[in-house]
Ligand binder design. Structure first.
Ligand SMILES: Cc1cc2nc3c(=O)[nH]c(=O)nc-3n(C[C@H](O)[C@H](O)[C@H](O)COP(=O)(O)OP(=O)(O)OC[C@H]3O[C@@H](n4cnc5c(N)ncnc54)[C@H](O)[C@@H]3O)c2cc1C
Length: 368
């Protein structure tokens, strides 16, 4: 029922704008409005904080179905989970009450600010600092590549509170867009997910009350990594959604397109490509759903499964979308058809929330 609901919404209210959102590199406001109206913009927020209380698998299905229509729009439910999960996992009751309610209502979005210009894969090498000043913390630094920056009201920001302790000297904070000293860089000009703004976040003497710290001092990096164990499953969901969109389009196209006097779908070479695409996609989906169940139960092997699902599904998405372009021939290479956008959108799933090289490092350290 959930899948039917979100698919119908995605097809009628999100898909019609996907090409324009990409072409104009603009935020998919229509998607946000439609998702908020149906309470599907942040389904993971627990019911006790006013949310829909969807479990990890239901959240995956929402993200997958939105991504099937428009990858940029799928970053609304996905990054709302990424940004707020540190508060859900480690925040005080007061922080949860203050920040999850507006998120659940659709009054505010939540972003996640870990990466910096010189700290990507080596996120613990961050330079952003937070210095205690009485009942306040004062933050200074630059966060880079922050999804939905400028649109979101709330930001989970990781900052160094004790430089001597490296990853154990990092703490997490909630920063609000309206806090004095917060500003944003120009939107990045990207290959894909062009509707999802990616900007730098500048923190210039941002003075916030001490109770905005998420969890204890020095636990921010652990919270950031624990968050990614869960949310890598949502990136896997985004990847399989994009791939399904491309496969569905190509499947229809090959039945219509005629060469040598018959539909190209009649050629075994085409049939074998479609069979391989569907087989790989289904394997990625099963791994993703299995990882979602582990995320929900917080199983001991979640770290491996989160990394494996994200890595496998994103590699499959890149293969399947590239093959979909191939199946449309020259037409597939143009913006008149959606598969080239899907191929460009798929690429980011191999890069963010840890590149697929980093996922392999994580898997190797956590072999089942
Ligand atoms: C569109 C977009 C949105 C993003 N959204 C967010 C966000 O919302 N919040 C956030 O905090 N971050 C975000 N990111 C940042 C993203 O997570 C980083 O870009 C990513 O982790 C890689 O870091 P980097 O770009 O600095 O690459 P680098 O770390 O410089 O990596 C460069 C290359 O070296 C490889 N490499 C690095 N170390 C190793 C190693 N030990 N072994 C083998 N290979 C290695 C990498 O795999 C990669 O191929 C986003 C990025 C993009 C592009």
């Amino acid at each position: 029922m959930l899948r039917d609901t979100i698919r119908a919404l995605a097809e009628t209210k999100i898909a019609p704008f996907a090409a324009a959102v990409d072409e104009e590199s603009r935020f998919p406001q229509e998607a946000l409005d439609a998702l908020v109206a149906s309470d599907l913009h942040a389904v993971h927020v627990p019911e006790e904080y006013g949310g829909a209380g969807a479990d990890a698998l239901a959240t995956v299905i929402v993200i997958e179905e939105v991504a099937r229509a428009c990858a940029s729009s799928s970053l609304i439910p996905a990054v709302n989970k990424l940004g707020s999960l540190p508060v859900i996992l480690s925040g005080s009751e007061e922080l949860k009450r203050k920040y999850l309610g507006p998120l659940a209502k659709g009054d505010a979005m939540f972003s996640y600010a870990l990466s910096e210009p010189d700290a990507g894969s080596d996120a613990a090498g961050m330079k952003t600092k937070a210095v205690r000043d009485g009942d306040f913390w004062v933050l200074n630094g630059v966060k880079r590549w922050i999804t939905n920056a400028g649109v979101s009201e709330y930001y989970t920001v990781m900052a160094v509170t004790d430089p001597a302790k490296r990853s154990k000297g990092i703490s997490a904070f909630v920063v609000e867009k309206s806090d004095e000293g917060v500003s944003f860089g120009a939107p990045e000009k990207k290959l894909g997910i062009k509707g999802s703004p990616t900007r730098e976040v500048y923190l210039d003497n941002v003075r916030i009350p001490a109770d905005r710290m998420i969890g204890e001092e020095g636990t921010g990096f652990a919270t950031a990594m624990k968050t990614l164990d869960h949310t890598r499953v949502t990136i896997a969901a985004q990847a399989i959604g994009i791939a399904q969109g491309a496969l569905d389009y190509a499947k229809g196209y090959v039945q219509e397109r005629k060469q040598f006097g018959k539909p190209i779908a009649d050629f075994q070479g085409i049939q074998f490509m479609l069979a391989d695409m569907a087989m790989k996609l289904e394997a990625a989906r099963q791994l993703t759903y299995s990882a979602a169940a582990k995320s929900q139960r917080v199983d001991g092997d979640l770290t491996f499964f989160g990394a494996a699902a994200k890595c496998f599904a994103s590699d499959v998405a890149m293969e399947v979308t590239t093959d979909a372009v191939q199946l449309l021939g020259g037409y597939g290479y143009t913006r008149d058809y959606p598969v080239e956008r899907m191929m460009r959108d798929a690429k980011i799933t191999q890069i963010y929330e840890g590149t697929n090289q980093v996922q392999r490092i994580v898997m190797a350290r956590n072999l089942p």
